[in-house]
Design a protein around this ligand. Structure first.
Ligand SMILES: [Cu+2]
Length: 249
């Protein structure tokens, strides 16, 4: 929380400095170059200040590693790190909802959980918010992440338990949203992924996404950013109104 405020403060300070330097350059010289710089600056300043003040407080970021914040370890995309054993029964239920280990599809899993109409509306909402290419990449990266997690787990001799036949639909969606909610009430995909596959495998999967042809660091960032928003939206739609939206969204 303090860091969030601190970052917002830094953003404002930077915006102030930019507007000051913009004023300075327009006053000190009359050449065409500095004139265009001066007129270009206020727009950038407005965007920076708006970003800093818009609740979310900071630009999306990837710290690249676990970081200690307020005495607690946080994942590279935010949210507390969970180092306990993974809830593989829930993971198995998600994989089953998505068509099983070999044919897993996040779009299919979402549809199985909340229904085609809700998924269609949510994809349209996310497309407006992030862009069609980004939403497509989000699903592709999510699919890769699940497949890669299973590959790593299998190689380590970990077997998914059979999916609980009762853990389907809205119960599964609510279980996932609740499992990913940190003690400050915020849904954090980082926290959910730690619980789904273990922190160690989750970190390895992120490193794999960053290196994978056709994916990479932007896809990884978008995967976390859009997941935070999508799970929050779905939780809201299912009536879990107390769950809050992560700063990274
Ligand atoms: Cu992650």
């Amino acid at each position: 929380m303090n860091l969030v405020r601190g970052m917002a403060g830094l953003g404002l300070a930077a915006a102030l400095m930019m507007s000051m330097s913009a004023c300075g350059s327009s006053g000190s010289s009359g050449s065409d170059n500095s004139q265009s710089a001066a007129t270009a600056m206020p727009a950038a300043t407005t965007a920076a200040a708006g970003g800093a003040m818009s609740g979310a407080a900071m630009a999306p970021s990837d710290t690249g590693k676990d970081t200690k914040m307020g005495g607690e370890m946080h994942g590279r995309f935010g949210g507390p790190v969970y180092t306990g054993a993974p809830a593989l029964n829930v993971t198995a239920a998600l994989v089953a909802a998505g068509g099983g280990p070999e044919y897993y599809s996040t779009a299919k899993a979402l549809t199985a959980m909340v229904g085609a109409a809700t998924v269609k509306a949510e994809v349209a909402k996310l497309t407006k918010q992030y862009g069609a290419a980004e939403v497509g990449m989000w699903l592709k990266t999510f699919d890769f992440a699940v497949g890669d997690s299973l590959k790593i787990a299998t190689a380590a001799g970990v077997k998914l338990p059979a999916a609980d036949p009762k853990m389907t639909g809205k119960l599964l969606a609510t279980t996932l949203a609740t499992a990913g909610t940190a003690k400050d009430g915020t849904f954090q995909i980082e926290f959910l992924l730690d619980k789904a596959v273990s922190h160690k495998i989750h970190v390895q999967v992120m490193n794999d996404i960053d290196k994978a042809p056709g994916l990479g660091k932007k896809a990884d960032l978008d995967y976390h950013m859009i997941s935070n928003q999508a799970f929050f939206d779905v939780a809201q739609a299912l009536g879990a109104k107390s769950i809050m939206l992560a700063p990274l969204h």
